[in-house]
Design a protein around this ligand. Sequence first.
Ligand code: ADE
Ligand code: ZN
Length: 326
Amino acid sequence: ARLPDLLRAMPKAELHIHIEGSLEPELIFALAERNGVSLPYASVEALRQAYAFSNLQSFLDIYYAGASVLLKEQDFHDMAMAYFERAAADKVLRAELFFDPQTHTARGVPMATVIDGLHRACVDAKAAFGIDAALILCFLRHLSEDEAIETLQQALPHLDKIIGVGLDSSEVGHPPEKFARVFARCGELGLHRVAHAGEEGPPAYIRSALDVLHAERIDHGVQAVHDPVLMQRLAAGRIPLTVCPLSNQKLCVFPDLADHNLRALLDAGLCATVNSDDPAYFGGYMNDNFLQVFAATGLDARHAYQLGRNAFEGSFASDELKRGYI
Ligand code: ADE
Ligand code: ZN
């Protein structure tokens, strides 16, 4: 079979998707209308025009503005269902969704509204698409640890609806150490722990995500290639990296997709995976990420099988679900 057909048909697990980053401009405008929220863009086209990023921060500013249309439980549900429909078309069987509650609670949206809407969508995704879905609550690292602790407090009544916690937003200047206490508390609560590290930040942030936060996976992690000792550790420990090729290209982590280091990570024996990050902003969902990074960097069918297995291995799915795909 042709490689693109294999990539499209391959069963997938998506481990790095910010559900607020799946909001397409059309849905942003529809929700703005529905909720009477005014947007600083005249049209869907004008909004899409603004999607030209020079680094992570230039993206985050627009991403948080887009999320401002989310007010009601139904909004969170509809956003996630739109993602699940795209994911199902790309043969995603398992999806672990990041969400950023502080973006919403800061606007007066209750934690229960956010989690209940997303959780109802996860339940519906199983019935509608056969997708096994779960939620990971992310703390915003540009805010304080006290604010993260307050967020965890608000989420305590909902712990049955989330499987873990993550750390995202502006990386450089906000090292993992800043969140040592809240992550320790999350570990005591039995939550899985992951963290963005080494997207723009140095290898030292990847090390402290592992050593200080006890992260089980590293989100992005592509800067690990600059530290051979760390590379060895990631490979030997089979610590998953949730790599997002189109995101890295659009945020200028790699100037050209052909320069992406996914192949180097795989060839060094790391448990690297392919994910979409913020698909509505970066020009593609799972299949787009696979097809484009394979075409640009000359990966082959063996890499495809490895990436497929890595994603299920690195997922927090039940052993029963994982067994069939590793
Ligand atoms: N929030 C949404 N997407 C993100 C990314 N790629 N890095 C950090 N925070 C994010
Ligand atoms: Zn991310």
